[in-house]
Design a protein around this ligand. Structure first.
Ligand SMILES: Nc1ncnc2c1ncn2[C@@H]1O[C@H](COP(=O)(O)OP(=O)(O)OP(=O)(O)O)[C@@H](O)[C@H]1O
Length: 270
């Protein structure tokens, strides 16, 4: 299926995120993204998958207004990325947890609320609620160095959700974790997604992770970075560990693998 065929089939009406003919050429001449088109509906869980250098992080950074496209248009809830950023439309979770070592877990989650000048009396209850969502309420007074890598990443998810954004951008948040921790966090993230109704855009190199988490998978290919195809994931919800053992799961994983191979993307995790 071509990109436009898939788009025609699976694009939801009334997109929350709209990417139209977006290209990004860096000053070095690298074409990081070429004429990308993507429509994402509210409540979707979208994974961006592809080999190193295919423009996944670039696309996320464009959406987050960290960089501006060379051409094309991006809208988030009808707003430009800059307007969306200023109206706190999204939270961003990085590959590394980037917590402040001298602040407690609770103080780390409260940080964006301080920066955004939330009323002082609202900060603590909000941060505590978010810690509850990621199952870390008992660790509010701990310091980051007292937590495992997986727990630290959960804190950074709570921090990204602290101001209750509609959208969550996640750039390979579990890439540095061991497989078992990663699978557990995948399950927790899906629960959190269901409970909060957020829209999530998630970068990964892992085919099983993308299939397990997503409502649709955006397969990207490098040189120049482009969207190869968009694969719908119709696995029933709620998903659990057994979902990974079903024939349907393997079927979709094969589709993703073939799309990556078609674009000569060999550097993916099996
Ligand atoms: N600030 C920049 N200046 C110049 N080139 C850049 C810049 N940022 C990214 N690139 C280049 O753009 C291309 C896409 O990079 P990007 O980080 O988006 O890829 P990626 O798919 O996220 O890779 P990875 O999976 O390794 O994180 C790469 O060739 C990269 O070297």
């Amino acid at each position: 299926m071509t990109e436009s065929q898939v788009k025609a089939k699976s694009t939801p009406t009334g997109s929350l995120v709209s990417v139209q003919n977006v290209s990004m050429v860096f000053a070095t001449g690298t074409v990081a993204l070429k004429e990308a088109n993507l429509e994402i509906g509210a409540g979707e869980f979208i994974s961006l998958i592809g080999p190193s250098g295919c423009g996944k992080t670039t696309l996320l950074r464009l959406l987050a207004d960290l960089i501006q496209p060379t051409s094309g248009a991006i809208r988030i809830g009808g707003k430009t990325p800059e307007e969306a950023r200023k109206s706190r439309a999204y939270g961003y979770v990085f590959q590394a947890p980037t917590l402040m070592e001298w602040r407690t877990v609770l103080q780390n989650v409260m940080l964006p609320l301080e920066v955004m000048n939330f009323p002082a009396h609202e900060r603590r209850p909000r941060a505590e609620k978010m810690l509850g969502l990621v199952g870390l309420e008992k660790f509010a007074r701990s310091y980051p160095w007292q937590l495992s890598g997986g727990m630290q990443q959960r804190v950074s998810i709570a921090r990204a959700l602290a101001f209750d954004p509609q959208l969550l951008f996640m750039d390979e948040p579990f890439g540095a974790l061991d497989e078992i921790t990663r699978e557990n966090l995948n399950l927790e993230l899906l629960r959190l997604w269901r409970e909060t109704g957020k829209t999530i855009i998630f970068v990964t190199h892992s085919i099983p992770e993308a299939v397990f988490l997503s409502t649709r998978i955006v397969v990207m290919t490098p040189r120049p970075g482009k969207i190869e195809t968009v694969i719908p994931v119709d696995l029933p919800q709620p998903r659990d560990f057994e979902t990974r053992e079903t024939p349907q799961f393997f079927e979709i994983a094969t589709q993703v693998r073939e799309a990556l191979r078609k674009g000569h993307g060999f550097e993916v995790q099996e």
